[in-house]
Design a protein around this ligand. Structure first.
Ligand code: COA
Length: 178
């Protein structure tokens, strides 16, 4: 667990999710899915049951190459980050993550701190040697955060999103863990 002061003076806690968080996480995801066009799902499209979410969190906590963390302010989930490494030995050292923060909390370093936590955790994991991510090419604030934390652009995936009849490219970015 990590305790930090936000720019506005609020205290934020970053901690690993556990299965008792499942319901609150699903409620959180339902909210953020309606707030951002940059996620891989829109409102109502993340249709997991509480039980499925509990199992998902449980499975992650059993792995040495996966991490699911949440950021909380006053006991409320305001951000999350989910990283998963490969399932087979040749790809177990590398994984991809997704991240989101509640819109009313954007710009207070919560995203930056969640990724810093991931990087530290990867360094200590003894397993992870590379962090990958995919970001929509017009998601400038996210790209800014990733570059600030040392991620480099590695390639472009064209037509990665199709939203309301329009294609969007993604940029692949990566950070080596040495
Ligand atoms: C991307 C996201 C996680 C960032 O979280 P956050 O808590 O707002 O991030 P931070 O406050 O740590 O940093 C935001 C940075 O973006 C910068 N920024 C804001 N708007 C920007 C813009 N239009 N262009 C470039 N940078 C911008 C801010 O100045 C800040 O940088 P700084 O710390 O150097 O000043 C959050 O905006 C989010 O949840 N977005 C919707 C979901 C999403 O896009 N997820 C990523 C999918 S790959």
């Amino acid at each position: 667990m990590k305790k930090l002061k936000l720019k506005n003076g609020n205290t934020m806690i970053i901690r690993k999710a556990n299965k008792f968080d499942a319901k609150a996480i699903l409620e959180y995801i339902d909210t953020v899915s309606g707030e951002s066009v940059f996620l891989t799902f829109g409102q109502g499209e993340f249709d997991k049951t509480i039980e499925q979410e509990e199992n998902f969190i449980d499975n992650i906590s059993k792995k040495d190459n996966a991490l699911f963390i949440i950021a909380e302010v006053d006991g409320k989930i305001v951000g999350n980050l989910n990283f998963s490494g490969g399932a087979r030995p040749r790809i177990a050292h590398t994984g991809e993550f997704g991240i989101s923060v509640l819109k009313e909390y954007w710009g207070q370093s919560i995203g930056t701190e969640l990724i810093k936590y991931l990087i530290e955790w990867c360094k200590q994991s003894g397993v992870i040697r590379k962090i990958n991510l995919r970001v929509r090419s017009d998601n400038y604030s996210a790209i800014h955060v990733y570059e600030k934390l040392g991620f480099s652009k590695e390639g472009i995936i064209t037509r990665d999103f199709l939203i309301n009849g329009r294609f969007y490219d993604s940029i692949c970015m990566g950070l080596n863990i040495d």
